[in-house]
Design a protein around this ligand. Structure first.
Ligand code: AMP
Ligand code: ZN
Length: 470
């Protein structure tokens, strides 16, 4: 039995899929205006652990993750400017080039983190037709109104608006005076379609929007979709409605997911998704990691500093997805050491044989109760430190890795493969030079070994040499 914390009910609930054998998951994907930072990547590692846990429990999984390549404004409540357009202007490229470049970079990041590629990664810009159809359905039902800058959803017409976030609507009304968009009827109303060139008025709305690159014809004029309508249109297109699980970061709860629910449930008179799962933030120096906070770290930066992407995955697994995770380089060093330790431990094990049933049960219990990866890692280390034979431990580790995704099998195969004689010779020569403090010569030998396609890591037990895993 799998139990998952559902943000809708604020409770751990038994997970039961809509269809017997297949689970449908939709994950809000990246906004491709810049490199993903490692905080963003945590959200996708979490979704990957969820998916792997369901696969481990023998479900088939259909996983959709969108690519937001238009319409995500700098402010979640329809304020500010389109992040894609800003980035294009800053970098002197077209918005399409920006989208393509950062999508590729994101795909590379998730590959390096062993995140199983979603079955589909639909782009918002390829689904404008579906979004327009959805807005028309809402218009027909009388839930929309026009302002000088677009078409808005009237949230006051919904009795249960804000149920996901348990929004304090009265409190929001109080705060409405600070809203710049005075044309909105209610502070929680949100844009479904924005016009490229607003009719008249507000300088905040006109600024920067007059020369948009990404815009489309619509029944309401030339413009672009709101961020929320994108996910409503794409999730329903690929998964139907309702589908099983919707994931995202906690910041999506009060606005983005609240508005997805409002639109989709109004349009089709049925729930959008049964389970809503949200991952917490990665923090740095006690603040949220983010672009506007100016404290972000990318996976590339970690690699440049010598960390392996899977050390970051290990680091993320050490925290529960519903807890904030404090990023420090000391903690990442700890994760890298633990991972290296794990690799050098498994290198000692011979062929896998009948696993450790007792620990496999404990591991499954840990992940099946709301994806408790810190507990699962603890079970793994308890097993490694137990008296079971190495072959049994290896068998179970390969099972665990179906969820952990730390490349244990591939690494074990690489580590156990005998080194070619010429490489063995170079490694030995390098060791001799190191013993004699000839660091320059040792360094040259390292480079020679590396250019032959091998990685060399110095451990307390001597050098660990393995073929590079591409
Ligand atoms: P974005 O590309 O800005 O649309 O965000 C992608 C994902 O990253 C969303 O699911 C956000 O909730 C999540 N996210 C943003 N900042 C952080 C952070 N500091 N830690 C964890 N997740 C984050
Ligand atoms: Zn979304």
């Amino acid at each position: 039995m799998i139990r998952l914390f559902n943000t809708l009910t604020r409770q751990k609930e038994e997970f039961k899929p809509i269809s017997v054998d297949e689970v449908n998951i939709y994950s809000c994907g990246p906004t491709v205006y810049d490199f993903a930072h490692v905080g963003n990547l945590r959200a996708y590692i979490f979704a990957d652990v969820l998916k792997r846990t369901l696969l481990y429990n023998k479900y088939k999984v259909r996983h959709i993750m969108n690519i937001t390549d238009v319409g995500h404004l700098t402010g979640d409540r329809d304020m500010g400017r389109d992040k894609m357009e800003i980035s294009a202007r800053e970098q002197g490229k077209t918005a399409w080039e920006i989208a393509s470049y950062y999508t590729d970079s994101f795909l590379n990041d998730i590959k390096e983190l062993n995140i199983i590629l979603p079955d589909k990664l639909p782009k918002a810009t390829d689904h404008i037709k579906e979004m327009i159809a959805l807005i028309e359905a809402l218009e027909k039902k009388g839930f929309t109104y026009t302002t000088s800058d677009g078409i808005y959803f009237d949230t006051s017409k919904l009795k249960d608006y804000g149920k996901l976030a348990k929004l304090d609507i009265e409190g929001l009304k109080e705060g409405a005076r600070v809203e710049a968009n005075v044309e909105k009827k209610n502070p929680t109303d949100f844009a479904l379609w924005k016009l490229s060139v607003p009719k008249g008025a507000h300088p905040e709305l006109v600024e920067g929007s007059s020369k948009r690159q990404m815009e489309w014809q619509s029944p309401w004029g030339v413009g672009f979709p709101g961020w929320h309508i994108e996910c409503s249109a794409m999730s329903t297109k690929y998964l139907g409605q309702p589908f099983d699980i919707h994931t995202g970061g906690v910041d999506h709860i009060p606005v983005h997911h609240t508005n997805e629910i409002a639109q989709s449930e109004t349009a089709y008179d049925k729930p959008l998704a049964n389970f809503w799962l949200h991952s917490e933030f990665v923090m740095i120096d006690e603040g949220r990691m983010g672009k506007s906070e100016g404290n972000l770290i990318t996976l590339q930066e970690l690699k440049d500093k010598g960390y392996s992407p899977l050390a970051y995955r290990y680091f993320a697994l050490q925290g529960h997805y519903r807890s904030k995770l404090n990023f420090t380089f000391e903690a990442l060093d700890g994760a890298q050491n633990a991972l290296n330790n794990l690799y050098s431990t498994i290198a000692e094990y011979k062929e896998p044989k009948v696993g450790c049933a007792e620990f496999e049960r404990q591991f499954l219990d840990a992940v099946n109760v709301n994806l408790d990866t810190p507990k699962a890692l603890a079970v793994m280390w308890n097993m490694i430190n137990s008296d079971y034979p190495g072959e049994a431990k290896l068998q179970s580790l390969f099972e665990f890795d179906k969820i952990l995704g730390l490349s244990l099998k591939e690494t074990w195969q690489e580590l156990r493969r005998p080194l070619p004689d010429d490489i063995q010779k170079l490694v030995q020569q390098r060791e001799d030079e190191r013993q004699n403090n000839n660091w320059k010569k040792a360094d040259e030998l390292r480079k020679q070994i590396e250019s032959a396609g091998f990685e060399i890591k110095d451990t307390d037990n001597g050098p660990l040499v393995k073929q590079k895993i591409s």
